[in-house]
Design a protein around this ligand. Structure first.
Ligand code: FE2
Length: 311
C-alpha cells in the first residue's frame, strides 16, 4: 500500500521558513515503488541520451578540477549502477516527469501537498531529475536559477548551503549563469564554509534553500541516489527575466544595470527588453554548457572509462 502523504514532517514553521532559510524536511520517497532498486535500474538503462549528463569530475577541491561528459554506452541498468558505485562519476537524468510519466503524477502530488501547507505557493514549469553519484564524489560550489530542493533516496551526503548574498553570490554571477548556462565558475574561498549551513542527509531527508543560494555537496563513502525538484513561481520567473535583461545590458552593452525590481515600469521595460533579445544569435552564442561526450563507461572494467576517439 502506498503511503498517504509524501512529507512526514511539514510543520507550521516550515511554511514560514520556506525560501527564507535552508530547511530539512522528512519524506517517504525512498520507500516508494518508483524508487525501488529495480525501478532505478530500469530508468538508468533506458534514459534517452538527450536527457542525461554523465559527468566525470577530476578535481579534489571545493572549486577546482576538470569537468567532462560521457555516455553510458548501452550498458544494462545493473552494469551502469555498478560502474557508478565503483567509479568517480555521476549521472543526472533530467526531465523525469516528461520521459517517465508516472513521475509526473508523483510530482503533482508533491506540489499539491506543498500548496496544502502553503496556500500562497503557486508554481509552474516544474520538473524532477534523478542524480546517481559515486561514493566520495563531489559537486563543487555553484548556484542554480530555479527554486530547488534535494531529496535523498539512497546513500548519504554532506550538503553545504551558503547565503544567497555577496560575497558568496553576486548579481554578476547569477547573470553569467543565466547567459552561459554554466553554473560552476563561481569564486570560492575556504572560509566560506564558516558561513555555511551544513546538513548530513540520508534517505528520507529533503533540503530546500533560498533562491540562488550557492551550495556544494560531498558524498559519503557510498553510492548516492538523489532526486532534484525545480520550479518557478511568478516571482521567480520575473526575477529570471530581470536577470536576463541585466545580463544583456552588462555583457553586450557594457552598462551597469540598476535595480532588480519585479514590479512597476522598470520591470516591464526589462521584461520587454529581454524578450526582444533572448533569442538573438549573440545571446545563444553565450551558452557554453558542454555537451560533447569524451568517454564511455567501460563494459569490461566496472568503474573504469574508455576515451571516445582516443587511444
Ligand atoms: Fe545545485
Amino acid at each position: 500500500m502506498q503511503p498517504r502523504t509524501i512529507f512526514t514532517s511539514f510543520e507550521r514553521r516550515h511554511a514560514e521558513l520556506w525560501g527564507n532559510a535552508p530547511i530539512r524536511l522528512r519524506h517517504r520517497l525512498h520507500e516508494h515503488e518508483l524508487f525501488s532498486d529495480a525501478a532505478l535500474g530500469r530508468l538508468v538503462e533506458s534514459w534517452p541520451r538527450e536527457h542525461y549528463s554523465l559527468v566525470e569530475w577530476g578535481g579534489n577541491g571545493a572549486s577546482g578540477g576538470a569537468w567532462r561528459e560521457g555516455e553510458t554506452a548501452g550498458l544494462s541498468g545493473e552494469a551502469i549502477l555498478k560502474a557508478i558505485a565503483l567509479g568517480r562519476v555521476w549521472i543526472n537524468m533530467r526531465n523525469l516527469p516528461v520521459v517517465a510519466p508516472a513521475y509526473a503524477e508523483l510530482m503533482n502530488d508533491i506540489f499539491e501537498e506543498l500548496e496544502g501547507h502553503m496556500p500562497e505557493f503557486r508554481t509552474f514549469t516544474r520538473t524532477l531529475g534523478l542524480l546517481v553519484s559515486s561514493p566520495l564524489s563531489r559537486t563543487i560550489y555553484h548556484a542554480d536559477l530555479p527554486g530547488q530542493s534535494l531529496w535523498q533516496i539512497r546513500g548519504a551526503k554532506r550538503v553545504y548551503v551558503y547565503p544567497n548574498a555577496a560575497p558568496f553570490q553576486t548579481p554578476e554571477c547569477i547573470e553569467r549563469i543565466n547567459l552561459t548556462g554554466v553554473e560552476f565558475n563561481m569564486r570560492f574561498e575556504d572560509w566560506y564554509d564558516e558561513h555555511a549551513v551544513v546538513f548530513d542527509i540520508e534517505p528520507g531527508d529533503m533540503l530546500h534553500w533560498p533562491l540562488n543560494a550557492p551550495h556544494r555537496v560531498d558524498n559519503h563513502d557510498c553510492l548516492n541516489v538523489s532526486m532534484t525538484m525545480e520550479y518557478f513561481t511568478r516571482d521567480i520567473r520575473r526575477r529570471h527575466m530581470v536577470v536576463k535583461a541585466n545580463a544583456i545590458l552588462r555583457s553586450k552593452l557594457g552598462l551597469v544595470p540598476q535595480g532588480a525590481a519585479t514590479t512597476g515600469p522598470a520591470f516591464w521595460a526589462k521584461a520587454a527588453f529581454q524578450r526582444a533579445l533572448r533569442d538573438t544569435a549573440w545571446v545563444k552564442r553565450q551558452n557554453r554548457a558542454r555537451k560533447t561526450p569524451e568517454f564511455r563507461l567501460d563494459p569490461t572494467r566496472p568503474g573504469g572509462v574508455v576515451e571516445i576517439g582516443g587511444a
